[in-house]
Design a protein around this ligand. Structure first.
Ligand code: ZN
Length: 637
């Protein structure tokens, strides 16, 4: 997961991680079973160096007080940016500096609050940092509208006359390119007022999902009663016992199905809100309105769906393989898609072995990358082990004025090593971008973020496959890799296709009801999984479980990132001349260009089918290897 230092993104990223990475939910579940240590029992070298941000809480208090004084100072700049090039530059510089300092104040508290959520004082500091951030953003809410109001010709001449201002050109371009969609002040005010209303479906859905829905209990594989929950869903679906998978699926999806009409009305509300916004700003479609935010061309989206559709026979082959290997006479049901193809073969790792493995696997990235990473391990970027009260899951954090920080909950599974490589990918991306870019471009778009992390995952995966000789262990790993690719590329593309379909239906005035949503979802499932897949009527309601459909065209980025990363990893693996340097250049670029242009510089054209085909090729390669190992083991004829 990529932890954006800006506060507003949390809810989204936190939920995205829970939904997209079953391994994280699994880690959280495992924590309960093993003996969890207190933080004081952990050697210092396995904890993150928060003292590098502030030596103690007193130092934090001092900076907090100093930054707090900046809030009225920034507010006093109101109505001055248009006074000339010098004044504009002064305001921009002051804002960059204050933004960075506030992020530093916040990041420190978020780390100490997450390392032990039971410590009230840390939670209180975090709450204060959040309040400071909110006050600051209110005090500077005039900033963007005032900049946008300056005519481009004027800005352009100011940039030409002052080279320091010229370095903000991309920043201005990004602000001004959307000017044509900005309405009159009165209309903008009305839209802002409508925001309270149009966010209601999303809020109500979250309450339905997290507060009101009740799930039944089922007998787990050991015959013990276990209460079902959304977060334990994938642990249950991972079970080798088909009865457990089926009952868990029916329990969870059944609970959503019982509220299908309410869920449909809420999803319809969210889609209508997107349509309202699209019409108000005169975009041709909801998809166009959403993609314009990151300046992503529509071809990128359409190209992903088209190319994945052309390769669906691969997914059909995978569903058929599962049917044969898991002896599913009546076909592969939705609840049969998650569990490993072979049980009890998971390799175990110590943290040191994990670090060594990653370091060797990432050698193709070159000395600069490796020495930066080595220094990161040595200077305690990583908080390694689960401890009492520590937040579950994993993320990469830190900000412009700090080193990167990684929260990990290392249990010793391969997925933990892979997660470490993933988070290291984010952290190295941050390190390179912060070293090579000014503050204003030091962060990167989510569209690029997951490329850096997934590229590491794939390089690690390739290395592990080439160096695992035990066929059963190899089969287990192959099965994990296939499942991760199914979940990230095929499943997220399928969700994207569904999302596009229901928006098009609503744009044409077709009603979105529990029935029409179910028909659309069922048709896409059948198309994706092919003739060995057995569709249950209950699965028609699965859309009701997915919060991402409220995010307005978000999940396609998981799939595009994975494909871009496959393309980069394959070219670096083959030793293509200049491929590594082009990729390192991308990591150093932050947000100094638009995401699609940054990737083009890394030699990946996301408007072409090529990178998507590379993702498909990697999946096919894993399938071939899986079938070969199975034949070797006598599991397939
Ligand atoms: Zn990530």
């Amino acid at each position: 997961m990529f932890r954006h230092p800006i506060w507003q993104d949390w809810k989204r990223t936190a939920m995205a991680v829970l939904m997209s990475l079953p391994s994280i939910a699994l880690a959280a579940g495992e924590e309960k079973e093993k003996k969890v240590l207190e933080r004081s029992d952990i050697e210092k070298k396995y904890t993150w160096a928060t003292e590098g941000i502030f030596s103690d809480d007193k130092a934090w208090e001092a900076e907090y007080a100093a930054v707090e004084k900046k809030v009225p100072e920034m507010a006093a700049f109101k109505r001055t940016p248009m006074n000339g090039a010098d004044q504009l530059l002064k305001v921009l510089k002051a804002k960059d500096e204050t933004d960075a300092r506030i992020e530093k104040v916040y990041v420190y508290t978020s780390l100490i609050a997450d390392q032990d959520t039971r410590v009230g004082a840390a939670q209180a500091m975090k709450a204060r940092a959040q309040t400071l951030a909110v006050n600051y953003s209110q005090a500077t809410s005039w900033f963007q509208p005032e900049l946008t109001a300056i005519p481009f010709e004027k800005l352009d001449s100011w940039m030409r006359e002052k080279s320091d201002l010229e370095s903000y050109r991309q920043y201005f371009d990004n602000l001004l390119r959307r000017k044509k969609y900005i309405l009159s002040p009165r209309e903008e005010e009305l839209l802002a007022m409508a925001g309270e209303v149009t966010s209601t479906p999303d809020n109500a859905y979250n309450l339905l999902k997290n507060a009101d829905l009740k799930f039944p209990s089922i007998k787990d594989a050991d015959g013990k009663m276990a209460e079902l929950s959304d977060s334990a869903f994938y642990i249950m679906l991972d079970s080798a016992d088909r009865r457990v998978r089926k009952e868990a699926y029916e329990g969870i999806v059944g609970a959503y199905a019982a509220h299908r009409n309410t869920a449909a009305a809420l999803l319809n509300g969210a889609v209508q809100a997107h349509i309202f916004n699209m019409k108000a700003r005169s975009y041709p479609s909801c998809l166009a309105a959403s993609l314009d935010g990151g300046n992503i061309p529509i071809e990128v989206y359409n190209n992903l769906i088209k190319t994945v559709n052309e390769n669906l026979p691969l997914l059909h082959r995978y569903a058929d393989l599962r049917k044969r290997v898991l002896a599913l006479q009546d076909g592969t049901h939705d609840y049969d898609l998650y569990c490993p193809l072979i049980a009890g073969q998971a390799p175990e790792y110590t943290y040191e072995k994990g670090v060594d493995t990653i370091t060797t696997a990432l050698k193709p990235l070159g000395d600069d990358y490796l020495s930066g990473m080595k220094k990161g391990f040595e200077s305690r970027w990583v908080d390694v082990y689960p401890t009492k009260g520590k937040r579950s899951g994993a993320y990469s954090s830190g900000t412009f004025l700090t080193q990167p920080y990684i929260l990990l909950n290392f249990h010793g599974a391969y997925s933990d090593v892979s997660t470490l490589a993933h988070e290291m990918g984010h952290s190295m991306h941050s390190l390179f971008s912060r070293k090579n870019q000014p503050y204003v471009y030091s962060d990167y778009d989510i569209f690029c973020a997951e490329v850096a992390s997934t590229c590491n995952e794939i390089l690690l995966q390739n290395y592990i496959l080439a160096n695992t000789t035990d066929p059963k262990q190899k089969l287990y790993l192959l099965s994990e890799f296939l499942e991760s690719m199914r979940g990230t590329i095929f499943r997220q593309t399928m969700f994207s296709e569904f999302e596009q379909r229901i928006h098009e239906m609503a744009e044409k005035g077709e009603p979105l009801t529990a029935d029409s949503l179910g028909v659309a979802y069922g048709a896409i499932m059948k198309k994706y999984y092919g003739s060995s897949y057995k569709h249950d009527a209950l699965t028609d309601n699965y859309w009701a479980r997915i919060p991402h459909f409220y995010y307005n065209f978000y999940v396609y980025k998981y799939a595009t990132s994975y494909c871009a990363a496959s393309n980069i990893a394959s070219r670096i693996g083959k030793g293509e001349q200049g491929a590594r340097d082009a990729y390192l250049g991308f990591l150093k670029s932050g947000s100094s260009k638009y995401p699609i242009d940054l990737l083009k510089a890394a030699r990946v054209d996301m408007t072409s089918p090529e990178p998507i085909r590379d993702g498909m090729k990697l999946f096919k390669d894993l399938l071939d290897q899986t079938e070969a190992v199975m034949k070797e083991l006598g599991m397939l004829q």
